[in-house]
Design a protein around this ligand. Structure first.
Ligand code: HXC
Length: 513
């Protein structure tokens, strides 16, 4: 037995070496951790069970047979985060640049298959030069095998992708098919074609960082949902997001212990300014309503006119979707609509109830929006809310104008409850614009058109800039004082806890993509 044990131990030690000390040092010098160091940070101590540690590639192309590394550049297995089962793969850049080919891809597919069979999240830690050039088409096949599984697992188990190094070419599409992407500032980048190809094709000069770094994808493209100042912070974000999600679509998210106390929040009474044109920060409303310090914003630097994120309310996980009057007056545009639509669908897929906070002046007008498809993109949000079967509650804090009133989780598209603050203005449009249209002739013919406009505006505001017409129709279930919002919502979500809602039988809907 001694001899067998020694042989096994020697192989294990060889696998643990990865691409060797020199390459590990190079990895550290770039400010990056190794594949195993990342797994150690991610998982509960001593919980990692590695699978396929001794896997080798079978290629002999271009001298690859002389470059054999046990594990073939990816560490795979399962373990626990906060005591809950997860599957993980972590690409090892020290081995052939973490490049992906047949054996490497097979290892990833294996943990994805196990995750699906056993109903637990998959976390991918990506750090790779892409398709292993020497292995040719089997590398492309390997990627496609992963993409296929990403799609089949979508909405069944949570899939989280950290990009912790290069991620180029078609390799970006596996992360893109998962639920959340996380990037580290300064060391991660994602693009379909790198700076050299960009220069050849479009003559643009751009660095990797500017083209596809964490900042570009968190502010310009919205591709990444979270960025961290370093890898440790990225890993903390992953754990946080997982804590709000269930293990799979058949389960509920974890409820944390909660001691009821005084739920009144007097500060909320002073949030909405007297002047309806004046902005305020919707984040302060979210923070007052939700359990202290639990709000975890998603895509916080992208489409800032829409705030989305996870939080807890009386210990329960909820998804928050809120217009942000402090940015572009909270207007609905293409980016805000798609950002919110995606989040609504993610929450709905994983049984996370939705809280909508509404203060929206309408859809953004203009050729840019129309020609880029605000119709199709705005419809995505309408579709996502209408289709969602999780409990969903809306609070209208101020403006709910026009089509945006309908779209932002109105009762008409299936909200379970709609509350309005007394400051709510629920109308076809703002009083100023409305007066200009309805009283065009009177204003034009008046001795003092400006004074007439003001008078008509006041008349319209008196008639419509409040929540009581909507309340009279029952479109608003209750007009509540802001200070009581948290208490009302705790009761509302508790009441909706056993909600059952099913969609009509179909193969699948036809979301306006
Ligand atoms: C095989 C690779 C590799 C690859 C890197 N290496 N990329 N080996 N296939 N795709 C190896 C290098 O030879 C080197 O080996 C080691 O990994 C580290 O690479 P360096 O270049 O020294 O590191 P660095 O300077 O940090 O640059 C990293 C890099 C660069 C930016 C990723 O290596 C690079 O540009 N690689 C090629 C990227 C690429 O074009 N991939 C194909 C994309 S197309 P040694 O032995 O020296 O340590 C694609 C299609 C997927 O992925 C399609 C799916 C649908």
């Amino acid at each position: 037995m001694e001899q067998h044990r020694n042989r096994l131990e020697a192989l294990r030690q060889e696998a643990l070496l990865g691409g060797g000390e020199k390459r590990k040092e190079a990895q550290h010098a770039k400010g990056k951790l190794t594949a195993r160091e990342r797994i150690n940070l991610l998982l509960d101590p001593d919980s990692f069970e590695e699978l396929g540690m001794l896997v080798k590639h079978r290629s002999t192309n271009f001298g690859l047979d002389k470059q054999q590394f046990l594990g073939d550049g990816v560490v795979t297995g399962y373990g626990k985060i906060d005591g809950r089962l997860v599957y993980v793969f972590s690409q090892d850049f020290t081995v052939l640049g973490g490049s992906l080919a047949e054996a490497h891809a097979k290892k990833i597919c294996r943990v994805m298959d196990l995750a699906m069979q056993n109903g637990a999240p998959v976390i991918g830690l990506n750090d790779s030069g892409g398709a292993r050039i020497q292995e040719g088409v089997v590398s492309l096949g390997g990627y496609a095998d992963i993409f296929y599984r990403n799609v089949r697992a979508s909405g069944v188990v949570p899939q989280l992708s950290a990009v912790l190094g290069p991620c180029a070419g078609g390799a970006v599409y596996s992360p893109a098919l998962t639920d959340f992407i996380f990037m580290a500032e300064g060391t991660s980048y994602m693009f379909v074609t790198g700076p050299n190809v960009v220069k050849t094709v479009t003559h643009e000069e751009v660095s990797s960082e500017d083209l596809g770094g964490a900042k570009a994808h968190s502010t310009k493209s919205g591709v990444t949902h979270f960025t961290g100042r370093n890898e440790a912070e990225v890993i903390q974000h992953i754990k946080k997001v997982l804590s709000f999600l269930p293990q799979n679509c058949e389960e509920e998210p974890l409820k944390l212990a909660y001691e009821p106390s005084d739920e009144s929040r007097a500060k909320l009474d002073a949030v909405v300014p007297e002047n309806p044109q004046q902005p305020y920060d919707m984040r302060s409303v979210i923070q007052e309503i939700c359990d202290d310090g639990t709000f975890t914003e998603v895509q916080k630097d992208y489409a800032e006119n829409m705030v989305i994120g996870f939080a807890r309310l009386a210990g329960n996980s909820i998804g928050v979707v809120a217009n942000q009057p402090a940015f572009l007056a909270g207007v609905l545009d293409i980016k805000a609509s798609t950002k919110a639509a995606r989040f609504v669908r993610t929450c709905d897929a994983f049984n996370v109830p939705l809280l909508v906070l509404e203060d929206v002046p309408g859809f953004l007008p203009g050729t840019d929006q129309e020609w880029n498809g605000i119709i199709t993109n705005g419809a995505k949000l309408l579709y996502a809310f209408s289709e969602a079967t999780v409990p969903r509650v809306t609070v209208i804090t101020r403006k709910a104008y026009g089509g945006a009133y309908d779209v932002m989780n109105s009762q008409h598209i299936g909200a379970d409850l709609v509350y309005a603050w007394p400051t709510a203005e629920i109308a076809v449009m703002g009083a100023k614009g409305a007066a200009e249209i309805i009283f065009k002739r009177e204003i034009a013919n008046a001795d003092d058109p400006e004074a007439m406009w003001k008078e008509k505006e006041a008349q319209y505001a008196e008639m419509f800039a409040h929540p009581y017409n909507a309340a009279a129709r029952g479109y608003v279930d209750e007009v509540i004082l802001p200070r009581n919002t948290r208490a009302k919502l705790i009761k509302a979500f508790e009441m909706l806890r056993n909600k059952v809602d099913t969609l009509p039988r179909k193969k699948h809907g036809n979301l306006p993509l």
